[in-house]
Design a binder for this molecule. Structure first.
Ligand SMILES: NC(=O)c1ccc[n+]([C@@H]2O[C@H](COP(=O)([O-])OP(=O)(O)OC[C@H]3O[C@@H](n4cnc5c(N)ncnc54)[C@H](OP(=O)(O)O)[C@@H]3O)[C@@H](O)[C@H]2O)c1
Length: 379
């Protein structure tokens, strides 16, 4: 499907795109507007945090603020962006606590979210042009006025569907899975038994497919029938439903030989049940702990791992990682994921929600279950 000539041309175009965005010196330009004859005032709808969730996030913890935004007068260094798509990430929930590794959102601050949007107007000092597609930390709003450096280093990839930049090819999703499977500890190999938790979510479902490609036997842990059916029927791996009870018994049945590699996005009880079953020289990669994000962090009630002594008994290694500390692996991982996607060897299922009004409900569903793969909001 993708010849090497096409791949080469694609790489040259991507390099030219990044060079034009980040390497060429900025020159002062007049304010530019996408639609000069259109109205200057638009209605801006923004979800703000109005109470800190004490447990799972509830849609009543946020308020939809409506105001008018003048899109014809961006400040000199800023852009006004019309948000097209927002992506949901589990770590966003941690940012709603009073203290957060990725930075806490202030009360009345905008709910955080990565998004893809179109530049509507750009200030005199901006190198972006109206009509450019951009990606970054835009927040849960339909229009954003932002200084480009606040969007973070997350350029949208040219010539590819924008949703890919928020999912399979995004730093916090596909690239995280790639780094976690191949780059943190000795990767899985044929003959190994691999377990992935939060396996039918965004990061987990990519990790499952990458682990399967190594030839290892793969077991996904996920909650509920929809997600377990997806793992078995569409990704072709074994599946365990932790919400059905007796997680340990289910793991024993599917992996009586023990577990060699664990990619953990869930933490808590799942981590302990896996640790109880590791083999000699097992590798446990801590990607995250979604089961502990709903109000447990920073208040001293994080569960597990209570079975860490198994690491000593089984000469095994457990290592956590943050993808931002593995940026040197990102170009190679990105190329590998593009190749696998272009040759239909990997997919990231997208679960779409319609309208900015639905953003908080989508956030609730990310943790309560049922929505497979990457949850995206069509703004
Ligand atoms: N280390 C890094 O640099 C890095 C970067 C990005 C993401 N991450 C981590 O990767 C993990 C997945 O992130 P994501 O954005 O792709 O989210 P996601 O998996 O799409 O959504 C959240 C997940 O949490 C699971 N979950 C919620 N409560 C749970 C519980 N009590 N027990 C087990 N699972 C539970 C849900 O699975 P069920 O519906 O099956 O319960 C769901 O899959 C998170 O831990 C996140 O922090 C780490």
């Amino acid at each position: 499907m993708c010849s090497s000539y096409t791949l080469l041309s694609f790489l040259v175009l991507i390099s030219a795109f990044f060079a034009s965005k980040f390497l060429l010196p900025a020159k002062e330009l007049p304010i530019r507007i996408l639609n000069p004859s259109g109205p200057c005032t638009v209605t801006q709808k923004t979800w703000t945090l109005t109470s800190r969730p004490s447990g799972p996030f509830k849609s009543t913890d946020a308020t939809l603020e409506t105001s008018s935004l003048d899109v014809c007068s961006p400040s000199p260094n800023s852009l006004i962006i019309k948000t097209e798509t927002l992506g949901l990430d589990a770590f966003l929930r941690t940012m709603l606590d009073a203290e957060a590794f990725h930075g806490a959102v202030n009360l009345t601050g905008t709910l955080p979210a990565f998004g893809v949007g179109t530049v509507v107007s750009s200030g005199v000092n901006s190198t972006y042009s109206p009509g450019d597609t951009v990606m970054g930390m835009l927040g849960a709003s339909n229009y954003v006025s932002i200084i480009p450096s606040e969007m973070g280093p997350f350029p949208v990839l040219p010539f590819l569907p924008p949703a890919l930049s928020l999912g399979l090819l995004s730093l916090t999703t596909g690239l995280t899975a790639h780094v976690g499977i191949y780059g943190v500890l000795k990767p899985p190999r044929k003959g190994d038994t691999v377990v992935v938790s939060a396996a039918a979510g965004a990061v987990g479902s990519v990790a499952v497919q990458l682990a399967k490609r190594t030839g290892a036997k793969v077991i996904g842990v996920a909650g509920g029938e929809i997600k377990n059916d997806y793992l078995r029927e569409e990704l072709g791996v074994l599946a365990v439903d932790y919400k059905a009870g007796d997680l340990g018994g289910q793991l024993d049945e599917l992996a009586p030989e023990g577990i060699d590699f664990f990619f953990d996005g869930a933490g808590g009880e799942v981590l302990d049940e896996v640790l109880r079953r590791i083999n000699y020289n097992a590798r446990v990669v801590i990607c995250g702990a979604a089961s502990q994000y709903s109000g447990n962090l920073n208040v001293g009630v994080v569960k597990g791992p209570s079975e860490y002594l198994k690491l000593a008994e089984k000469d095994s290694t457990m290592k956590g990682f943050v993808v931002l500390n593995y940026m040197w692996r990102v170009p190679g991982a990105m190329l590998d994921l593009i190749y696998l996607w272009a040759t239909d060897k990997i997919e990231l299922k997208e679960s779409w929600v319609e309208g900015i009004e639905e953003f908080p409900n989508a956030m609730v569903k990310m943790f309560s279950g049922g929505m497979v793969g990457k949850i995206l909001v069509k703004v």
